[in-house]
Design a protein around this ligand. Structure first.
Ligand code: CS2
Ligand code: MG
Length: 419
C-alpha cells in the first residue's frame, strides 16, 4: 500500500494550515452598499475580497452564501487556480456579472491569504514591481463648462496628472456623471431606478466645446478623459471621437455599447482618438474580438467584476500581445478592497495604462482600513503582506444595507435607452 503522502509543507505553510474552515459574507453601507467575502483558514490567517455589484449587491451575496461558501469549507486556500476552475467550470451556467463577481471575491481573498502566508505583498507574488505607483485619474464634473473647468483646475492643483471631465448638457435635466451639488457623485440614488431623459444631439453639441475650453484653460500637459457611458450609436461615437481629436484625449470611454464588439470597427475607421471599454465586462470573452483586432486601446474590466486576479492576469497578458493596456474601473461602487487588489495588479502588470480613482467616503475608508496612498498623481500600494486592505467588522455592522438601484435612461420620445 503506498504511504499516504504527508501534507506538503511549503513556504506558505502546510496544507493543514491553509485549510479553509469558515467563509462569510459581510454586507455594509458606509455611504453606499458594499459586499465583502471573508475567508478564514486553520492557521488563523484570513483574507477578504470585494463582491460589490452596484444595484445587484444582494444577488452576489446570495450567490456566495448559497452556492460558493459551502463549496469552500475544507479546501486548501493555496489552491487558488483549482478553486477558480472549480467555481467557473463547476457553475455550469458560467460567466455573467453575478457569477464572476462572486468568483472574484473568492479569488481576491485567496491571493490575500497567500500573501499573508508567504509574508509578501500580492504584487510580489505576481512577479514584482514594474513601476513606482499607478498613474490615476479622478473625476471632474460641473453643471456647465465653467464649473467643470474650474474643478479640473482644482484637481491639477492637487497634483493629479489625469482628469476625467463630464459636464451638464443644456436641455438635459440629469446628464450622466454630474454630482448633485456638493455631494460626491453616486449614481445609485434611489430604491427603484430613477428615470432620466437623454438627448444625443444635445450631448454631441456640448462635449467638443467642453474639451476645447479645457485645453484653452489648462494647456496640453494634463491628460483628459471622457466617458460617453454607452450612450452613442457607432456612427455617433465615430463623430464624437473625430470631433475630440484636436484636444488629444487620453481616451474616450464606453463610446458605444460593446456587446457587438465588431461595431468598434466603425469608430476606428473614422478616428484616432484612443478608446477604452470594459467596466461592464466580466470575462475575456467579452473583449476577445476587440483586443485581437486592436479595436480598443485600454481594457477597463477590473478585478471585482472580471473574475479576480487569476482571470485578469490572463486577460491582461492577452491584451499585452495586442498592445492594449489596462485602465481599471475604479468608481466609488467598487470597494477599497478592490482598489487595494487592483493597485497590486497595477504595480505588477507590464501593460499598465491608468487606474480610475474615485474617492470613497470617510465612513467607507474607516470600515476598510488600507495602506495604499496617493502621491504626485499616482496611487501607491503598501508593502504589507497580502493586498493591504482589511475590514472593521464591528464598524461595518453599524451600516445596514440600504436598497439602491442605478438609474435608467429614456430618449425624449420615451424610447428606452442606455444609461
Ligand atoms: C462610470 C461608473 O466610473 C465610470 O467610468 O462608468 O461610475 C459607473 O457609472 C458606475 O460604476 C456604475 O455603478
Ligand atoms: Mg465608465
Amino acid at each position: 500500500m503506498s504511504p499516504t503522502p504527508s501534507p506538503e509543507v511549503t513556504a506558505n505553510g502546510s496544507a493543514r494550515d491553509r485549510e479553509i474552515i469558515a467563509a462569510r459574507v459581510i454586507v455594509t453601507c458606509p455611504g453606499r452598499n458594499f459586499v465583502t467575502l471573508k475567508i478564514e483558514t486553520r492557521s488563523g490567517i484570513s483574507g477578504i475580497g470585494d463582491a460589490t455589484l452596484n444595484g445587484r449587491e444582494l444577488a452576489v451575496a446570495a450567490y456566495l452564501q448559497e452556492h460558493v461558501v459551502p463549496n469552500l469549507i475544507g479546501r486548501d486556500a493555496g489552491r487558488i487556480e483549482d478553486i477558480w476552475q472549480f467555481l467557473y467550470r463547476g457553475a455550469y451556467w458560467r460567466r455573467g456579472p453575478v457569477t464572476m463577481t462572486a468568483i472574484a471575491a473568492v479569488d481576491m481573498a485567496l491571493w490575500d491569504i497567500l500573501g499573508k502566508l508567504a509574508g509578501m505583498p500580492v504584487y510580489q507574488l505576481l512577479g514584482g514591481r514594474s513601476r513606482e505607483g499607478a498613474l490615476v485619474y479622478c473625476h471632474a464634473n460641473g453643471r456647465d463648462i465653467s464649473e467643470t473647468t474650474e474643478q479640473v483646475g482644482a484637481y491639477i492643483e492637487q497634483g493629479f496628472l489625469a482628469v476625467r471631465a463630464q459636464c451638464g448638457v443644456p436641455g438635459v435635466k440629469k446628464a450622466y456623471g454630474i454630482s448633485t451639488a456638493g455631494k460626491p457623485y453616486e449614481p445609485a440614488e434611489s430604491e427603484l431606478p430613477a428615470e432620466t431623459v437623454w438627448s444625443t444631439p444635445k450631448y454631441l453639441e456640448i462635449v467638443p466645446q467642453l474639451f476645447e475650453r479645457l485645453r484653452a484653460d489648462h494647456g496640453t500637459g494634463v491628460e483628459l478623459l471622457h466617458d460617453a457611458h454607452h450612450r452613442l450609436t457607432p456612427i455617433e461615437a465615430a463623430r464624437l471621437a473625430r470631433s475630440l481629436e484636436p484636444y488629444r484625449m487620453f481616451w474616450l470611454e464606453d463610446a458605444t455599447p460593446a456587446e457587438n464588439q465588431k461595431s468598434f470597427e466603425i469608430i476606428r475607421q473614422h478616428s484616432v482618438t484612443p478608446l477604452a471599454v470594459g467596466e461592464v465586462f466580466n470575462s475575456i470573452w467579452d473583449c476577445k474580438h476587440l483586443i485581437e483586432n486592436q479595436l480598443i486601446d485600454y481594457i477597463r474590466t477590473t478585478i471585482v467584476h472580471g473574475g479576480g486576479i487569476t482571470h485578469l492576469r490572463r486577460l491582461a497578458d492577452f491584451a499585452a500581445l495586442h498592445q492594449v493596456r489596462t485602465g481599471f474601473h475604479g468608481a466609488t461602487d467598487l470597494s477599497p478592497v478592490c482598489m487595494g487588489a487592483a493597485l497590486h495588479f497595477d504595480t505588477w502588470v507590464p501593460n499598465f495604462g491608468i487606474q480610475e480613482y474615485m474617492f470613497h467616503s470617510d465612513e467607507a475608508n474607516e470600515v476598510f482600513p488600507h495602506d495604499y496612498y496617493f502621491r504626485e498623481g499616482r496611487l501607491h500600494c503598501g508593502e504589507s503582506a497580502g493586498h493591504g486592505v482589511t475590514i472593521d467588522e464591528k464598524l461595518a455592522a453599524r451600516y445596514p444595507y440600504a436598497p439602491k438601484q442605478l438609474p435608467i435612461a429614456r430618449l425624449e420620445d420615451g424610447s428606452m435607452w442606455d444609461w
